[in-house]
Design a protein around this ligand. Structure first.
Ligand SMILES: *Cc1c(COP(=O)(O)O)cnc(C)c1O
Length: 484
């Protein structure tokens, strides 16, 4: 019974909606021109209210989400998003304003944006920022355009951008879009940037370097002083990919240790649900000399009156209006509730949680870079592949059978059969222990019953898919027998 979909339960004697008669004596037919009217009634199932509610709740259960279970997707910071953020961001005073309203009418939202700018600059140690970019990659692109315009303003021709081999794929993509040629820099045996390789490649035709810190192995780049000397001495700029800010916020301020530009993934570090690809917010922060190149708008305040400013030599608008304001409101609420101490505590807990998993699973799964790590840890399934013929994909799929979302796999590219786990600060020790037990169980299964893993998942509503086919011929509609 409960497996039935609403189409199967549909019965024309039932109905969920009752549309009130309108009070003005207007016939619907006279409102919609005949060419826009349906020829036939829409094929919408008619069921009772409780049936439709159950339908959606059951559908939500067939998928994975944070409200249902652990989501250790490395690099993505899938932390829990407090309900209060949702509540505030869906307040009608936030929801019902329009960007075409007069500045005087929208002082409240401008105040929120102004405070958010201030708090984010305090956390990151930079001088100015724009909240407009709507994704991390979008913030990277903004940063690259800022670099490009900066060097143009100096009449310098710089065509190359250095990117470590552990970087996220968006880094080479956004620097290429902005007109630079990506040049790969090697990692050393500790998983940090290879300084010799950097020194060799940094020249006066190179605009700078994009660094993720901590990097995608979860390792803090400790050599920033030397990197700064090498890059700045040749006139270059240092961009920081701030996707991993959850590992350092409240403790390290990137703007104070040599970075020139940074993007923040508000939807990762500052709590917004972001599975399924968005929406997001990727505010970009800069040091003073770059502030005039920022994308619009910068919210300023004089005598308690808020205004929108278009920087003097702006790279131009990257999005309509102010960007994704709703995400900004969530970030604002999150930081306000957490406060200085809360932000720092979140960082510490994120690091403790990742290191707990690392310690408990060391020796069970290979750990190619066994260095001190922060908020995430990257194991390798290479031993399992060699000894039992079980791949990292098989291990990840088997985790779904136990009710966990899979970690990020096959990234970063410098680790073969990578398994990248980021528990975040919001998970309890009990949850981490359950996950660790399951990972150990899967290790046992790999030894005793590898076929089981190769066919996993077996307990989910949809079992092992041909991933490529599923992506290319995506079909999530259900038509049932009568439509077949
Ligand atoms: C998520 C991420 C990005 C890209 O951010 P989006 O908001 O997904 O565009 C860039 N770099 C790293 C390291 C990331 O984890």
């Amino acid at each position: 019974m409960y497996d039935k979909l609403v189409f199967e339960l549909s019965d024309s004697n039932k109905n969920t909606v009752s549309i009130p008669e309108n009070n003005y004596g207007i016939k619907m037919e006279s409102c919609i021109s005949s060419k826009n009217r349906r020829e036939k009634d829409a094929d919408i199932p008619t069921v009772s209210e409780i049936d439709i509610l159950r339908h959606f709740v059951l559908l939500s259960y067939k998928n994975h989400h944070l409200q249902k279970g652990f989501y250790p997707l490395g690099s993505c910071t899938m932390k829990y998003n407090p309900v209060v953020n949702e509540d505030i961001s869906s307040n009608e005073k936030v929801m019902n304003i329009h960007p075409y309203q007069d500045i005087e009418d929208v002082q409240g939202i401008l105040k929120i944006m102004h405070e958010l700018q201030h708090m984010l600059l305090e956390i990151t140690g930079f001088d100015a920022m724009s909240l407009q970019p709507v994704a991390g990659a979008h913030g990277e692109f903004a940063g690259m355009m800022i670099m490009s315009d900066y060097f143009k303003s100096l009449n310098e021709k710089r065509t190359k951008m250095l990117i470590p081999d552990s970087a996220h794929g968006t880094n080479p993509a956004s620097c290429t879009l902005a007109g630079f040629k990506a040049v790969q820099i090697k990692s050393n045996e500790n998983g940090e940037i290879d300084l010799e390789d950097l020194d060799k490649n940094m020249d006066t035709e190179t605009a700078g370097i994009m660094i993720t810190n901590p990097n995608t192995l979860g390792i803090f780049e400790t050599q920033i002083e030397r990197i700064r000397e090498i890059v700045h001495s040749k006139g270059g700029l240092i961009y920081m990919d701030g996707a991993n800010l959850n590992a350092i916020m409240g403790i390290v301020k990137p703007g104070e240790i040599g970075y020139d530009i940074l993007h923040i993934n508000l939807h990762k570090t500052f709590s917004t649900p972001h599975g399924g690809g968005g929406p997001g917010a990727g505010g970009v922060c800069v040091v003073k000399k770059l502030s005039k190149f920022l994308p619009p708008f910068i919210v300023t305040e004089t005598n308690k009156k808020y205004d929108l400013n278009y920087p003097e030599k702006s790279i131009g608008a990257l999005h309509s209006f102010y960007g994704n304001v709703n995400i900004m409101v969530r970030a604002w609420a999150y930081i306000k509730v957490m406060g200085n101490d809360g932000i720092k505590e979140a960082t510490k807990m994120a690091i403790v949680n990742a290191n707990y998993i690392k310690t408990k699973l060391r020796g069970v799964f290979d750990l190619p870079y066994d260095m001190p790590t922060l908020h995430e840890v990257v194991f390798s399934g290479r031993k399992h592949k060699k000894d039992y013929g079980v791949s990292t994909l098989d291990i990840a799929k088997r985790l779904l059978d136990y009710g966990f979302h899979a970690p990020t796999i096959y990234f970063p590219l410098i680790v073969s059969e990578a398994i990248m786990i980021e528990p975040t600060e919001t998970e309890s020790k009990e949850t981490l222990d359950m996950f660790i037990e399951v990972m150990k169980k899967i290790d046992e299964e790999a030894k005793t019953n590898p076929e089981l893993l190769k066919n996993a998942p077996v307990n989910t509503p949809v079992t092992r898919l041909d991933d490529i086919k599923a992506m290319k011929e995506l079909n999530v509609n259900w038509y049932g027998e009568k439509h077949a």
